[in-house]
Design a protein around this ligand. Sequence first.
Ligand code: SAM
Length: 282
Amino acid sequence: MIEPTIELKPGLYVTATPIGNLGDITYRAVKALKSADLILCEDTRQSAKLCAAYGIETPLAPYHDHNAARVRPGVIKKLQGGARICLVSDAGTPLIADPGYKLVREARDAGIDVFPLPGPSAALAALAAAGAPSDRFFFAGFPPPKQAARAKLFEALKAVDAALIFYETAPRLAASLEAMEAAFGARRAVVARELTKLHETFREGSLDALAGRYRAAPTRGEIVIIVYPPAAQAVSPTALDDFLAEALTEMTVKDAAGAAAEAFGVKRGEAYARALDVKKRS
Ligand code: SAM
């Protein structure tokens, strides 16, 4: 559907764009992109593809790590003059492991309105579908490529009582998983690849098993790693069995396993197998 232009208030529009599937842009984002005076983007060729798909003819200008400091004063000036400017990144939500923080900060400092146009972000897409505990999470961005800095970061994150979300590149995936295993121990993790694209995959296992798998068979594409929170690993088998024994006095095996999985943050299949065992022994 081709969206009409709309009357936009002056200001900066931080606009999320698809992370793979072009259909994931919002109606509001398309309307804003069509109606703005200017779209700031990381790579004009990349954003031109999105614009072509939606009939967006707004001028594009580059705003990326290498020119941001130079072009920012001019952008602020335009905004002060009443311009409506959209900021996009190559994919997903600007500022999330992407440029834009300083622009938003300076715009706010200058009294300019900044509007979020929410939409896709790989971190949340991965968390939403991975099946890892999701009530609390810590987004850690890309781990540093250098071994010592990476190990230091993981050591600092070890005690964080939340699921940890990382972005990682395919060539560094195995080394990163190994370093996570060294710091976090035997935690479960999920490698979410190529989200919303043709070869989308979620692979779950212990950090150790995942590191071995990707060391033996390197992969390609874009990757999010989710590491389970420490508490989810610290399930004592006795506590789990006691809970199941109690639950089985008034529930079916399936329901008791479901309740245990939720209460202890373990996988349903694991809880079901334990529930069968507990029932057999009772
Ligand atoms: N701002 C973006 C967002 O909101 O997700 C992230 C930009 S960051 C420079 C790019 C990284 O995000 C990739 O290297 C990968 O780790 C992750 N990523 C982006 N798209 C992805 C996808 N479709 N599937 C898995 N990970 C993705």
